[in-house]
Ligand binder design. Structure first.
Ligand code: ZN
Length: 305
């Protein structure tokens, strides 16, 4: 029952629960443009349907999502001019030049869409497993509740590996707390699911083999709440965060993100929007595995004697 190329859209309990799965396991559910455009359609489809009460967002295969697709053949075909260029690359800034192009494209397809999902008129549950890195965090944070498998871990490596200040939807301080955000972004280290649970970011930690079944059971519980009450609970929290500055803070951090891209574009003479190894970051290709942040260890790769 899937009408999508990069997603699965499933219905349970006569349509009261919708489960959207990122379905590109061979690419570790890396988010290409086609997937993000489909995800927007799928979320709005679930929102429009009055039978739907809860939307689960998960991923097929070994992990929820490894982040933005920055290097696959599909990415390149969708991004650059050619027969398979994605139609969204020809609108919303895609035909503009300089920083205006990236700023508008990222505003529409990384930032404003994520914010729109955060404000979906349904209760949403992120069902995550395995490594959830960088833009994987954005999708997860857009949801109201987060349920993790016992193998889930969280990191934003764009500081250490791309010379960037964080991903486009900068919810980090609201989710990790201000100091932990600085630590995780400055080191690129990860947080495990148990610490994320202790922080309150993750509601449930289930064994990997039981993740789907137990997330559905949790969704069924939430789906029993009268829809008006459920939505107003969500809105009361989201409006509280907005009064504390959430949406404005994310908008201003999005602007900092664009400044950061423009910096790398300037010093690479327009060749790259991100830092290269000669600028002091670890190359994607030779990067060591992401390490868990351990309180008793400074971390980092041990230097050879
Ligand atoms: Zn960006």
């Amino acid at each position: 029952m899937s009408d999508y190329k990069f997603l699965k859209y499933e219905e349970f309990d006569d349509g009261a629960i919708v489960r959207i799965l990122l379905d590109r396991p061979e690419a570790r559910n890396a988010q290409n443009r086609g997937m993000l455009v489909e995800l927007h359609e799928a979320f709005l489809r679930a929102e429009a349907n009055d039978d739907v009460r809860v939307v689960i967002l998960g991923g097929s295969g070994k992990m929820f999502s490894s982040g933005h697709d920055m290097g696959s053949k599909v990415f390149a075909e969708e991004f650059f001019p050619g027969p398979n260029q994605h139609e969204s690359r020809k609108i919303n800034g895609g035909e503009r030049v300089g920083s205006e192009n990236l700023m508008l494209q990222e505003w529409h397809y990384f930032f404003q869409n994520t914010l729109r999902w955060r404000n979906l008129r349904k209760i949403t549950i992120a069902q995550v497993h395995g490594p959830v890195y960088a833009a994987g965090l954005m999708l997860m944070w857009a949801c109201d509740l987060i349920v993790g498998a016992d193998d889930a871990e969280f990191a934003d490596v764009v500081g250490a590996r791309l010379g960037m200040m964080g991903v486009e939807y900068f919810a980090h301080p609201w989710e990790f707390g201000p100091r932990k955000t600085k630590e995780l972004l400055l080191t690129g280290d990860s947080m495990d699911v148990h610490e994320a649970h202790a922080l309150g970011m993750v509601s449930k930690v289930f064994p990997r083999a039981e993740l789907e079944e137990k997330t559905l059971a949790f969704a069924r519980r939430i789906a029993k709440v009268p829809t008006m009450a459920a939505l107003l609970i969500k809105e009361a929290v989201n409006q509280t965060q907005d009064n504390q500055g959430f949406t404005n803070a994310l908008q201003s951090c999005f602007t900092l993100h664009q400044l950061n891209h423009a910096h790398w574009a300037t010093i690479t003479n327009g060749k790259s929007w991100i830092a290269q190894p000669e600028h002091g970051v670890v190359s994607w290709r030779d990067a060591p595995p992401i390490e868990p942040a351990r309180k008793e260890s400074p971390g980092g790769v041990p230097t050879e004697a």
